[in-house]
Write a protein of this length. Structure first.
Lengths: 494, 123, 496
């Protein structure tokens, strides 16, 4: 197969599954077969690009011109491939899990659900492979639209309100993105993502640069859940759990973080960021978000909401790592994308399994469930320890790099933030584990056993993955090398 | 000076006065027939203005006359504004026709031609 | 033969059919609609042919009776007029095909008059776009307006009153235009647009010229529904019959906007327009107010057609804002939005016609999730058009917004930028409100909604496929917008 077309096929494959999914809506097994088939093909296609990425090369494909001089450009560069591998790989797990969850919970309109999910994945891979900002905008908006039906899936008052909130945040973000793209195009005459940025030869006044940066940060920051524009994320927990798991822990929010890195390293460039002290703004916002989100997580009794706030906090780890503008910090940030993805998806899977199996959503009701659901809670323990940054899980490795990055940048406050937040992580996960293992449950737990294997197998697998990647960061996909390569190109030009 | 300016532009002032009367009718009269009359006055003012810019003292109608050589075009009026205004008047008459047929339709439906009453009935 | 007479044929063809329709309509009422479609079809084909040939050749100047200007009247067939003529004829063609069953349902007795008037109105619109003579423009303006008043009067109970209000305001606007023209004529002695444009640079600071400019912008601004002269529009579009709204809303205001482009950017030109009075800034600010006002009012409406009417006020603002920016990107945005908005609004009004056909109303508060089952394709078209209105890629609406945004950035006009972006959000509010109702079961209803109650019950094919055609067109225009944009950019006065 011609490698130049692989990025296009990778984007299209799940879109092509949509009509098949909708047509076979009366036969659920056939429908789910299409989802899984598309998932595997997509993952395979993206894996075939991995050697290119490891060699430091990219695959470029211009599909059509969207505006004079601004093509719809798919460019699978190492960073894009890295992100695409994570998103498409975890989609397979989520697909299996979704089958168990949706059937277990007896949800309606499953065809719409699976179809939207497939569109979301196309959009996410599109974001990963966007070669310029206009292409990025196209897929970013597509992701917004495709996620909306998933957020409102339950169609109750709460879900609809969450959907409105989600749309108002993300559509505003899209508009900010368009505005900043227009300004950038006006200033530089290009919108390409280039390692090192496109602002190097352009003289721009400080206030204008700051405005552009803030617009852009607002645009990608909404999906990246930075405070104070994060509040759609906890609200969007009204969606079914697989949606929260893949989209609100991996695809959507990571698209936001991905956008932050694209912005920092590929549009503004590390030199410009430091020259205009733009990274200081990001540092302050990210640091605050980490601490506040971790504290807010304590107050949530709803398990999914607690996880949501934890997600907000962890996303800002990545933003913080980027804002350090040091190679190690960048490596840590990139690695944390993968690390947080595997761990948080495990935790959400667990929350969903508990909900479907025991109909429990609140932490205060979780007493003694470890006896009933040993596998699920085991995976939960692994995920939460990983997020707290305890070795040998993969959360440790990324956090280690983040800390090393701060020291490399000769900063001390970010290290303190990281340490404090690690403690807070332990703090808000520990009560869950304590209740599950050391308290005795009431009679409602009788006659209940472990959740359906469709759910348990994926969540155990992702938990195992977190351990494996912690021990062998280069296992399977050479994530560690990739992260270092990405950080290296950002600081030394493409 | 001032008198010269005022008197020298008398056609403008007449137009302006007629225009104002027409606009007043359109904007402030509640009866739809009166509004239509206002509209006609407004159109008439503009027609008269065009006619006035096409005329001048000491010139005659643009029909060739043996005593006035055609080499001296200044002896004749500019016919173009007048012919244009024939068209404009026809347009005005057509507008008036449409307006009256609409008024008949309105009266048949609402039994009144008062703007406020019609508004009340619609809501 | 056809090449040289093309501009006249495109417009006058409508006159022929305006006469043919009553002739045959007396004999048989059912032939009126096919005749109207045929007539529009011929003009569409001619304008398509002309558009393609004018792309490669020089602009065509057609002198009536071979009288050279300034004595004679001419039609100017250049890229811009060819483009706009093509757009309005294609839209009219599709809407007329769609109109068949609407006409039978809503005003079966008046079909002959209706279609004859439509032909006259199209004559007026085509003439306005093509003519190169400013007085001739006035005549065509009145032809189109008079037919539009009559068309609007064929409708619900309030229609004649809405039409009468439009008549009063519209005629006053036309009269102002005529008065402005009088001033220009006294100064330049010509009525020909090209002649006059050549003379104006020496006269641009003349008080009469400035007065003329203001009067003409006000006069045409009424027709274009430039805020605050939009008062006639909401009632007219609401009470007119569904198919009249679908025809007049996409075309009428666009043609007026086109005339504004001609006057502001071609007749006066970018350098002269703001010489004495900052007219383009004023138009731009009024457009901004109109954009916000229209969007906010649209949110408050409970009737689909009225909501779309207010949305038109807002969208026209986009076009006028693009013109007022007077830079290439703004111009591209404005002209592209003439096309995009024409198609979006036609789609939306056709959807409202389809719903009225089936449900007997288009009251948003009564919409529910059964529509999704009953009218899947109609609602799909609505969704596409709505998303395009909000301006999400890759649909057409996104790209006109993109160029307008580039234009505002280029002009360093941050106020306009904020207005465009804010208005997109407001658009999202009033369209997603409907989409929510249609695609979701009502969360407040006591009864558990069952999915099986409503079998598919789509409208007639002639209505369904025309609506779908436009929806597909929106996607195609979006994807292939570069081809259109490169044409538009060559139409910018003075080139790029």
């Amino acid at each position: 197969m011609e490698p130049t077309f692989v990025p296009l096929y990778a984007v299209l494959v799940s879109l092509l599954a949509v009509p098949l999914i909708l047509l076979s809506s009366s036969r659920p097994n056939v429908r789910e077969f299409w989802t899984i088939l598309a998932g595997f093909i997509k993952f395979g296609l993206i894996l075939s690009l991995l050697p290119t990425a490891l060699a430091g090369n990219s695959v470029e494909l211009t599909i059509i011109e969207l505006a004079p001089g601004l093509p719809l450009l798919l460019k699978a560069d190492p960073f894009g491939i890295y992100f695409a591998v994570i998103a498409s790989g975890l989609w397979i797990f989520t697909s299996f899990y979704s089958i168990g969850y949706m059937r277990g919970a007896g949800e309606k309109k499953q065809s719409r659900y699976f179809a939207s999910f497939a569109v979301c994945l196309s959009a996410t891979i599109g974001i990963a492979f966007s070669g310029n900002l206009l292409t990025f905008i196209v897929f970013y908006e597509m992701l917004t639209l495709a996620t909306y039906p998933l957020v409102i899936h339950k169609e109750n008052r709460k879900a609809i309100d969450a959907g409105r909130k989600y749309l108002s945040y993300t559509l505003t973000a899209g508009l900010l993105l368009i505005a900043s793209a227009a300004i950038i195009y006006n200033l530089t005459g290009t919108l390409d993502f280039r390692p090192g940025g496109i602002f190097n030869d352009v003289h721009v006044s400080g206030p204008l640069m700051l405005t552009t940066f803030l617009l852009f940060l607002g645009a990608v920051g909404v999906k990246a859940g930075i405070m104070p524009i994060h509040s759609w994320l906890p609200a969007a927990m009204a969606a079914p759990t697989p949606v929260s798991a893949l989209l609100h822990a991996v695809a959507v929010v990571k698209s936001g973080v991905f956008g932050v890195i694209r912005m920092t390293g590929y549009i503004f460039g590390t030199d410009v960021m430091t020259a205009f002290s733009l990274n200081d703004i990001m540092l302050v916002i990210a640091g605050t978000t980490i601490l506040v989100a971790s504290l807010l997580a304590f107050r949530q009794d709803n398990l999914k909401r607690r996880l949501a706030y934890s997600t907000v906090g962890h996303l800002s780890y990545i933003v913080l790592g980027v804002a350090l503008i040091t190679p190690l910090g960048m490596t840590g940030a990139v690695m944390h994308i993968a690390a947080h993805a595997t761990m948080k998806i495990t935790l959400f899977f667990c929350a969903g399994a508990i909900y479907v199996n025991l109909h429990k959503e609140n932490i205060s009701d979780l007493d003694g469930i470890a006896k009933v659901m040993p596998w699920t809670m085991g995976a939960f323990v692994i995920g939460s320890l990983g997020l707290a940054g305890i070795p040998p899980l993969n959360g440790f490795l990324s956090k280690w790099h983040l800390a090393a990055g701060t020291l490399e940048g000769e900063m001390i406050i970010p290290v303190i933030i990281l340490v404090v937040s690690g403690l807070l992580n332990v703090g808000y996960f520990f009560p869950i584990i304590y209740r599950a293992y050391f308290k005795t449950g009431d009679s409602s737990l009788d006659n209940h056993t472990e959740a359906s294997p469709f759910m348990v197998v994926p969540l155990v697998s992702t938990a195992i993955l977190s351990i494996l990647f912690g021990l062998f960061p280069n296992l399977f996909f050479n994530f560690y090398d990739l992260a270092q390569l990405i950080a290296f190109t950002l600081f030394n030009g493409g | 000076m001032m008198t010269d300016f005022l008197l020298g532009h008398y056609a403008y002032w007449l137009t302006l006065i007629l225009l104002s009367i027409g606009l007043y009718g359109i904007l402030f009269k509640k009866n739809l027939v009166k509004k239509t009359i206002g509209l006609t006055i407004l159109q008439a003012s503009v027609v008269l203005f065009w006619v006035s810019i096409g005329s001048k003292w000491g010139a005659t109608v643009p029909v060739r006359h043996y005593s006035l050589p055609t080499s001296e075009v200044a002896n004749y009026l500019n016919p173009l504004p007048h012919t244009l205004m024939l068209t404009a008047i026809v347009v005005g008459v057509a507008t008036l026709g449409v307006a009256f047929s609409l008024l008949i339709a309105i009266y048949n439906r609402f039994q009144t031609l008062d703007e406020d009453e019609i508004r009340d009935q619609i809501q | 033969m056809i090449e040289t007479h093309l501009p006249a044929l495109i417009a006058l063809n409508f006159l022929v059919f305006a006469l043919l329709i009553p002739l045959f309509g007396i004999w048989k009422r059912a032939v009126c609609q096919p005749l109207a479609v045929t007539g529009t079809g011929i003009s569409t084909a001619l304008s398509l042919y002309g558009f393609l040939s004018v792309l490669n050749d020089q602009p065509l100047r057609y002198f009536f009776g071979a009288w050279q200007p300034p004595v004679g009247i001419e039609f100017v067939y250049d890229g811009l007029s060819a483009f706009v003529v093509l757009v309005i004829n294609v839209v009219a063609f599709i809407v007329l095909i769609h109109s068949k069953h609407v006409a039978i349902g809503e005003f079966a007795q008046k079909q002959m008059a209706y279609y004859s008037l439509v032909m006259l109105m199209m004559l007026g619109f085509n003439g306005m776009v093509l003519t190169g003579d400013l007085f001739n423009l006035y005549v065509f303006l009145e032809i189109s307006s008079l037919s539009a008043y009559a068309l609007i009067a064929i409708g619900e109970k309030g229609a004649p009153f809405a039409a009468f209000r439009y008549l009063i305001i519209g005629t006053a606007g036309g009269t102002f235009y005529l008065l402005g023209l009088a001033f220009l004529y006294t100064v330049t002695g010509t009525l020909n647009l090209i002649d006059m444009a050549a003379m104006l640079p020496e006269l641009a600071d003349n008080r009469a010229v400035v007065t003329a400019l203001i009067l003409m912008v006000v006069g045409i601004g009424v027709k274009a529904a430039l805020f605050p002269m939009h008062g006639w529009l909401p009632d007219s579009y609401t009470y007119a019959s569904s198919t009249s709204s679908a025809l007049i809303a996409p075309i009428g205001t666009k043609v007026a906007a086109y005339v504004l482009i001609r006057i502001m950017l071609f007749l006066f030109g970018i350098e002269l327009i703001d010489l004495v009075v900052p007219i383009s800034t004023i138009v731009g600010i009024l457009a901004c107010i109109g954009i916000l006002y229209g969007s906010i009012m649209a949110i408050a409406q409970n009737e689909l057609k009225r909501m779309l009417a207010y949305s038109s006020v807002s969208q026209i603002g986009y076009i006028l804002m693009g013109i007022s920016l007077a830079n290439p990107f703004g111009f591209i945005g404005a002209v592209l939005h003439i096309l995009n908005h024409a198609i979006m609004k036609a789609t939306l009004f056709m959807v409202s016609a389809n719903l009225r056909m089936k449900e007997g109303h288009s009251d948003i508060s009564l919409f529910d999730h059964t529509y999704r089952k009953k009218y899947p394709l109609t609602m799909l078209s609505f969704t596409v058009a709505a998303i395009s209105m909000v301006g999400l890629p890759p649909l057409a609406g996104f790209f006109s917004k993109w160029y307008l945004v580039l234009g505002t950035v280029d002009a360093n006009n941050w106020l306009f930028l904020v207005v465009i972006l804010a208005s997109s959000l407001l658009n999202a509010v009033y369209f997603f409100r409907i989409l929510e109702k249609v695609y979701m079961s009502n969360p407040n209803s006591e009864v558990e909604a069952s999915d099986e109650t409503s079998p598919m019950d789509e409208v007639k094919p002639s209505m369904l496929y025309t609506t779908l055609t436009f929806a597909v067109a929106l996607l195609l225009i979006g994807i292939f917008n570069v081809a259109i944009v490169s044409m538009i950019s060559s139409m910018f006065p003075g080139g790029l």
